[in-house]
Design a binder for this molecule. Structure first.
Ligand code: ASP
Length: 712
């Protein structure tokens, strides 16, 4: 070994001790990989208490909530706690100008008053199995990717079918460590989930966009639901006869608080991280992808913001849409800053250099080529990935009329039977009603006028949809598009569907919104998807080799954990403040004092409900105050979390609930790509503040009574 190499190698080993708490761990492997470290940090129980198939354990009180969040069970009657921002869509959909639960909050007075939510689910993990051996048997590393994919899919369908035969369970298998391992998850999904309580947005979303992804924080980001089951405690579609679900485990709730450096863990479903990206990919995210996505959302947020500010109805209609657009928009901004500040590209390049040196030294010349292979693959990948990202922006987050219109394609199919037609018409009528509840045509048209030209300009010539270019080169294209479409007019459209016969297919096919939507999607399917998926496959297979090679060549670089993939994971770390910038030292918790300091009656973002104000002024905190008589609101820790962890339980060393994870600090938004233990912190709302709001603010004592509160 040369001296130079020795120094570099030592640097890597040194950094590995510093990032020891990084990671999102698989519950099944905690015993082997994490238990002793966790216990040395202050965890008082065992791995078996977190995940077990022989006895009830914490995993039986954690659910995947809806499509993208986590929730936890906090009573023996299926009471479920999640974030306000996770229940936001449901709270919004029950809200009207007369009964505005977003603004006023909602508290069901009894079980009967709890509100059902179409389509909302809560999914438990019944058990996890390591199926790596079965999945990978006889698959040689040199097998072509397409062949490998088809073997893997066939095995997934066989194994999941077998695992769920004669049960009401579902199962999925996902790759871990980029396909070097596979785990199967057997799940049980409940479908009758009712809204129980939500604070007003001035508590649940206090600070709104200005405070989102920020510390210090004073947001009571929680809402409550209840899982209902049939009389056998099994999942069932909504029915008045369903009863509260009796869980195998629910979290006891600690009123004892926590101190600096106490152990904490977060248990939930982090959605996606990319910790092993090569330097070239990180560079692309910072320089090209994030700026373009941010620019498009800047534009739509300005239009939506103006519309919401001037109209109470639009304010409700666009609340959930605005939140979802702005959440990622702000995160990308923080991520770009953070990655630049820590010189993420430089660090990745350095790692790749050391990797190559080590590969050469150990005679692994094929591994030594990996960074060069990445460079050439990403050269091909970037423009297609970019076109895909832009399509997502315009089609899923841009003007809504396109996606809505395109949903009518099914009606244009030839040879629909009478019964198929009748049920399709019913479906379309329902869809139309729910779409227009939250639709404001002039706002949508403004978004179209602004965003479509941006989208078209952003694309390389080879992947541009020519028909749309032509259309948008014409006079007042957005105005024309809405004029020549029926999909922005509820009355006309409803009448059209009611009287629809297959002879009228042409009316749909000739509709401008429908035509533009179709050319958008066709152009993507023809020009982008095929080359994108081909290069993506090549990258996937390189990732698999790189992951294994990294672990082999640089075993001490870090304690390797698999990227988040929306499966159940445990993160743990200490409760701790941080220093975001030179000279700024942030405390690890906030109190209600900060709510009063931020209060601004002229701003919707920092409005404080008068009842909350007077409870704080009179320090009427009851049993929820800490030993200094203060009420803590939020706290931060080193738990490595991601989107999807929203609503996850924050748990102390005794397995009791101390808070609810809901966010990360501004400097931490980069942690999906590079976690830095010095500055990455997750943000949790203190469970005592949650209880205080339920009890003292809302007077919903029936809910407090069904919880198990623990006070030493
Ligand atoms: N607040 C975040 C979200 O909405 C949670 C996180 O990513 O830490 O995705």
């Amino acid at each position: 070994m040369t001296m130079r190499f020795l120094t570099l190698f030592t640097a890597i080993i040194i950094s590995s001790t510093a990032i020891a708490k990084e990671g999102m761990w698989i519950p099944l492997l905690l015993k082997q990989l994490n238990e002793s470290e966790m216990q040395s940090m202050g965890y008082k129980l065992t791995a078996e208490d977190i995940y077990s198939v022989n006895q009830s354990s914490m995993k039986d009180a954690v659910v995947k909530f809806g499509g993208g969040c986590t929730g936890e069970i906090i009573s023996s009657n299926g009471l479920l706690l999640t974030n306000h921002h996770c229940g936001y869509g449901q709270i919004q959909s029950h809200s009207t100008v007369e009964n505005d639960y977003l603004t006023e909050g909602f508290w069901a007075q009894s079980l009967k008053d709890e509100l059902p939510n179409t389509g909302l689910t809560a999914t438990f993990i019944v058990r996890i199995e390591d199926v790596s051996r079965k999945m990978l048997a006889d698959i040689s590393p040199s097998l072509v990717e397409a062949k490998r994919d088809s073997i893997i899919s066939a095995r997934i369908s066989n194994l999941t079918k077998k695992a769920t035969e004669d049960t009401h369970y579902d199962a999925y298998i996902k790759p871990f460590y980029h396909g070097n391992q596979y785990f199967m998850f057997i799940t049980e999904t409940f479908k009758d989930i009712r809204l129980v309580g939500a604070p007003p947005s001035s508590i649940g979303k206090f600070g709104f966009d200005s405070d989102n992804w920020m510390w210090p924080r004073h947001t009571g980001d929680f809402s409550m639901f209840r899982i209902y089951a049939d009389e056998n405690n099994k999942p069932a579609e909504y029915s008045e006869d369903n009863v509260p679900y009796q869980p195998k485990h629910h979290f006891p709730i600690s009123l004892n608080g926590y101190e600096k450096n106490d152990f904490s863990m977060v248990f939930g479903f982090p959605a996606s991280t990319e910790e092993y990206l090569p330097a070239t990919a990180v560079e692309y995210t910072i320089d090209k992808l994030n700026p373009a996505r941010i620019e498009m959302r800047d534009a739509s947020l300005e239009i939506i913001g103006n519309a919401m500010a001037n109209d109470k109805k639009i304010n409700i209609q666009y609340a959930a849409k605005q939140s979802s657009i702005s959440n990622a928009w702000k995160k990308w901004k923080g991520q770009t800053n953070g990655l630049k500040n820590v010189n993420a590209v430089g660090k990745k390049k350095e790692l790749e250099k050391q990797f190559v040196t080590r590969a050469k030294e150990t005679g692994k010349s094929d591994w030594a080529n990996i960074p060069t292979v990445y460079d050439s693959l990403y050269k091909v990948y970037k423009p297609y990935n970019f076109a895909r990202a832009m399509l997502i922006e315009i089609y899923y987050y841009g003007p809504e009329v396109l996606r809505f219109a395109n949903g009518f394609e099914a009606l244009t199919k030839e040879n629909l039977s009478d019964s198929a037609l009748t049920s399709l018409k019913e479906k379309m009528l329902k869809r139309t009603k729910s779409f227009f509840k939250d639709y404001h045509q002039p706002t949508d048209q403004k978004i179209m006028a602004k965003l479509m030209p941006m989208y078209l300009n952003n694309l390389n010539e080879s992947v541009r949809p020519n028909e749309i270019i032509e259309y948008f080169n014409g006079k007042k294209p957005a105005e024309k598009l809405y004029k020549n479409s029926m999909f922005d007019d509820e009355e006309k459209l409803t009448e059209f569907i009611e009287n629809y016969t297959p002879k009228q297919r042409k009316k749909i096919l000739k509709d401008d919104a429908f035509k533009i939507a179709q050319s958008l999607l066709n152009s993507y399917s023809n020009n982008v998807r095929p080359p994108y998926s081909e290069v993506n496959k090549a990258i996937d297979s390189t990732n698999r080799v790189y992951m294994k090679a990294l672990q082999t060549l640089l075993p001490n670089y870090k304690k390797y954990y698999p990227d988040a993939n929306f499966t159940l994971r445990l993160s743990y770390g200490k409760i701790n403040g941080y220093e975001p910038k030179d000279g700024i030292n942030c405390s690890y918790y906030t109190t209600t004092d900060g709510i009063i300091q931020k209060m601004d009656t002229t701003s919707k973002e920092y409005d404080v409900p008068s009842k909350l104000h007077s409870l704080i002024q009179s320090k009427d905190f009851g049993q929820y105050a800490d030993e200094n008589g203060e009420l803590r609101v939020c706290f931060i820790g080193q738990n490595h979390t991601s989107g999807g962890n929203s609503g996850s339980p924050a748990i102390n060393g005794e397995g009791q609930l101390i808070g609810l994870n809901f966010d990360r600090t501004w400097e931490s938004t980069m942690s999906d790509i590079m976690y830095d233990p010095e500055i990455c912190r997750n943000i949790m709302v203190d469970i005592r503040y949650v209880l205080f709001v339920i009890d003292k603010y809302a007077g919903a004592n029936r809910l407090i009574d069904e919880m198990e509160l623990v006070k030493n």
